[in-house]
Design a binder for this molecule. Structure first.
Ligand code: CP
Length: 340
């Protein structure tokens, strides 16, 4: 895994990981959440999803939420914005290319400015690992990490968890979770693990609920050290063998924007790691197929698989709104003061 990212903190899986100078409503890493908190978020997501829209609008009526995006996004930005609006909050979007960030304004000053303008919560996407921690210290506001560099994408991992639970637990998907909730479930994550914050958050989250995580990809995108990220994680370079063990298959895009000169033979990559109809039919005909998006059709996954009956990709997107509503309610109703 990349050397620049913050190291995962080793603490018991059921303990909250929030450090004292961050607002208790922040979500900077999946490790901020104890298992009990994860259960609450899942339950709240289900409550909010089916709640009467007028009642739901009162939850965060006229609360002010800022979306601060230094990188492009379709799913995360839109679903956070829809989530905030469905809760009655006012939203404002600041993106790097159309703001004073272009003139050189720092993340700290941007955050302080948004706070002065009334922001009560900031949702941040940033290319640098650890940026949400900087913003949290600078503003004292609840910060929701919408993806930071190669570090984490915690709301994505939570929506992925909800999607998996809906398939393995059905109606009980919204219930509490424990260290054995995903016992017997093997999740293969295949592709550009090295650059993926989605992979990292899922690698930190899923084993805490008892899942086995198998990582698959070429060594250029999956160094041997990736298995050291935590317990319950192994590496299998042969995709067909990984598929044969898996109830869930999470495919990842090759992050061209982070490859920095790395030359990959894409024909060779497709031969070995592409999720195509023949391979899935032969080795994982019952597995749930997931992808955080955006998909590069014809590279890591063919259209037949992306649009096929095993695909949960649209469900993942839909679950993003429910999970992000729950995270916003948590962020803006958390008790306790920030101490810095
Ligand atoms: N999954 C995800 O983060 O997608 P976006 O980059 O479109 O937000």
């Amino acid at each position: 895994m990349p050397k620049t990212k913050p190291k995962p903190r080793k603490t018991p899986s059921s303990s909250p990981q929030q450090t004292s100078f961050h607002h208790p409503g922040s979500l900077l890493s999946v490790n901020d959440l104890a298992l009990e908190d994860i259960g609450h978020v899942l339950k709240l997501a289900s409550v909010l999803e089916t709640e009467d829209p007028l009642k739901r609008m009162k939850r965060l009526f006229k609360r002010r939420v800022s979306l601060l995006f230094y990188e492009s996004s379709t799913r995360t930005r839109t679903s956070f914005e829809l989530a905030a609006k469905q809760l009655g909050a006012d939203t404002v979007l600041v993106s790097a290319l159309s703001s004073s960030i272009e003139k050189g304004e720092s993340l700290k000053d941007t955050g302080i400015t948004l706070r002065a303008l009334g922001a009560e919560c900031i949702i941040l996407r940033h290319p640098n690992s650890g940026a949400p921690y900087v913003l949290s210290r600078a503003t004292g506001l609840p910060i929701l990490n919408a993806g930071d560099g190669m570090h984490e994408h915690p709301s994505q991992a939570l929506l992925d968890l909800r999607t998996i639970l809906q398939h393995v637990r059905g109606a009980k998907a919204a219930g509490p979770v424990s260290e054995t909730t995903l016992k017997g479930v093997t999740v293969t994550i295949c592709g550009d693990i090295f650059h993926s914050r989605v992979a990292r958050s899922n690698m930190l989250l899923l084993p805490r609920l008892g899942a086995r995580v198998v990582l698959c990809g070429p060594s250029a995108l999956l160094p041997e050290t990736a298995a050291d990220a935590g317990p319950g994680i192994t590496i299998e370079r042969n995709f067909d063998q990984a598929l044969q063990q898996s109830q869930v298959v999470m495919m990842l895009r090759i992050q061209a924007e982070r490859l920095a000169g790395l030359n990959l033979d894409l024909d060779e990559y497709k031969l070995r790691y592409q999720a195509n109809a023949e391979r899935i039919a032969a080795h994982a005909s019952k597995a749930l197929i997931m992808h955080p998006g955006p998909i590069i059709r014809g590279l890591e996954m063919t259209s037949e698989v992306a649009d096929g009956p095993q695909s949960a990709i649209a469900e993942q997107v839909r679950n993003g709104v429910a999970i992000r509503m729950a995270l916003l309610v948590r962020a803006l109703t958390a008790k306790g003061k920030t101490s810095r």
